[in-house]
Design a protein around this ligand. Structure first.
Ligand code: SF4
Length: 347
C-alpha cells in the first residue's frame, strides 16, 4: 500500500544532504545549526558552524565564553541578535538545567531566541519528539502538496494538520529533515523537479499543473535606502571605534561611529554635532571617501566615510585601537566595506 511517510523516509535515507551537524544528533549541535540557519543559506552556514564547533565543542564552552569572542566568530553571518540570544540561552541551560538542553517544549521555548520553529526542529531531530518544524520552506512544500494557494489561517492550520499526520511514525525528526531537504533540493521557490520528488504521487500542486503557482507569493515591498555618514579618525596609528548597544540591529558589534542623515541635511554639520554631543570629540573633516553600499533584508544602506582629525582624544564612549588590532574585534560587513573604501590596510 502507498505510504507517503515511508516513501519520504526511503528517499531521505538515500538522498539526504550531508551536513556537519547531522553527524551526531546532539541537541547542542542541532540547536546551534538551526539558530545559524535562520534567514541564512546552508552553504553560508557550514563554514561558520564548523569553525564554531572547533572552538566551542560544548554548550558549556559557549556559556563560559565572553560575548565578544562569540560575535567575532559570528562576524559576517548577520542577524547578530541570534548570537547574543544563543549565548544567554546556553548560560540559562548551564545554570538551570545542568547543561542539558531541555526536552520539554514549554521549557525550551522559554529560552532567549527560541521560537516555535527552533523548538520544534531541535526537539524533533535531537529528541525524536513529534513537533512539525514549520518554516517558509515546509510551508511551501506542503502548500504545493495540498494545492493551497492562499496562506489563510485556515489553510495554515491545514498545513500543520498535514505535518502532524506525517509525523505519526517513529522518525519525526527525519520526516522534518526530509521535508526540509525536499524544499531545498527539489521543491524550490521558483523551480521544481517534480519527477525526482518523493511526494509526487499525492501532490495536488503537481497534478493541477504549474506547481510553482502554489502558494501565492507575497508582493515585495520596495526597499527604502537609508543614508549614513561615518567618522574615521586616525590618531597616532590608532583609530576610534564604538561598540553598538546590545539591543537592536548589529548589537554588540564594533563600528566606525556613524549617524543617519536625511535628504538636504548638511552632512558635515551633522557629523560634527554628532561627534561633539555623542562621542565628546571635536573633529575637523579632512576628506571623504567613496560611498559604501550594503543591503539588509528591509532596507539598503549608503554610507559615506569621512576622514577626520581630532583636537582632543578623551571620548565619552568608544575605544581607540591600533590599526593592526582590527581583526581582534567583531565588525559588521558594512564596516569591513568601509575599511576597504578607506584603504585602511594601507595606513
Ligand atoms: S511533486 Fe513537485 S510540487 Fe509537489 S512537492 Fe514535489 S516538487 Fe513540490
Amino acid at each position: 500500500m502507498y505510504n507517503t511517510n515511508n516513501i519520504l523516509l526511503t528517499w531521505y535515507d538515500a538522498n539526504k544532504r550531508i551536513l556537519p551537524w547531522r553527524d551526531y544528533n546532539e541537541p547542542y549541535n542541532i540547536w546551534l545549526s538551526e539558530v545559524m540557519l535562520q534567514q541564512t543559506q546552508v552553504k553560508t552556514v557550514v563554514p561558520y558552524y564548523t569553525k564554531w564547533i572547533k572552538k566551542f565543542p560544548t554548550l558549556k564552552s559557549v556559556a563560559e565564553s565572553d560575548l565578544n569572542s562569540l560575535l567575532k566568530l559570528w562576524e559576517g553571518l548577520g542577524y547578530y541578535s541570534r548570537c547574543r540570544n544563543f549565548h544567554k540561552a546556553t548560560q540559562i541551560v548551564v545554570e538551570k538545567y545542568k547543561s542539558v538542553v531541555p526536552n520539554d517544549y514549554k521549557l525550551f521555548r522559554q529560552l532567549p531566541g527560541v521560537g516555535d520553529y527552533i523548538a520544534s526542529a531541535v526537539l524533533s531531530i535531537a529528541y525524536n519528539k513529534k513537533y512539525p518544524a514549520v518554516d517558509a520552506n515546509l510551508k511551501r512544500v506542503i502548500s504545493r502538496y495540498l494545492g493551497i494557494k492562499k496562506l489563510t489561517r485556515r489553510n495554515t492550520l491545514r498545513i500543520h494538520n498535514q505535518l502532524n499526520k506525517m509525523l505519526t511514525n517513529g522518525r519525526p525528526g527525519d520526516i522534518n529533515q526530509a521535508l526540509m531537504d525536499v524544499g531545498s533540493l527539489i521543491c524550490k521557490p521558483n523551480d521544481v523537479i517534480c519527477i525526482k520528488c518523493p511526494l509526487i504521487n499525492k501532490c495536488k500542486g503537481y497534478s493541477y499543473g504549474n506547481p510553482i503557482m502554489y502558494p501565492d507569493k507575497n508582493k515585495r515591498k520596495p526597499i527604502p535606502t537609508k543614508e549614513y555618514v561615518a567618522v574615521f579618525i586616525l590618531y597616532n596609528d590608532h583609530i576610534f571605534i564604538n561598540q553598538r548597544s546590545e539591543d537592536g540591529l548589529l548589537g554588540g558589534l564594533w563600528e566606525l561611529p556613524m549617524i543617519e542623515v536625511f535628504e538636504n541635511s548638511n552632512k558635515i554639520k551633522a557629523l560634527k554635532t554628532y561627534a561633539k554631543n555623542k562621542l565628546g570629540l571635536s573633529i575637523d573633516i579632512l576628506n571623504c571617501f567613496d560611498k559604501v553600499k550594503h543591503s539588509y533584508s528591509h532596507y539598503k544602506l549608503l554610507v559615506t566615510p569621512f576622514a577626520c582629525e581630532v583636537s582632543n582624544i578623551e571620548s565619552k564612549i568608544g575605544h581607540w585601537i591600533r590599526v593592526g588590532e582590527i581583526d581582534k574585534y567583531a565588525f559588521s560587513k558594512v564596516n569591513h566595506k568601509l575599511f576597504n573604501a578607506i584603504g585602511i590596510k594601507n595606513y
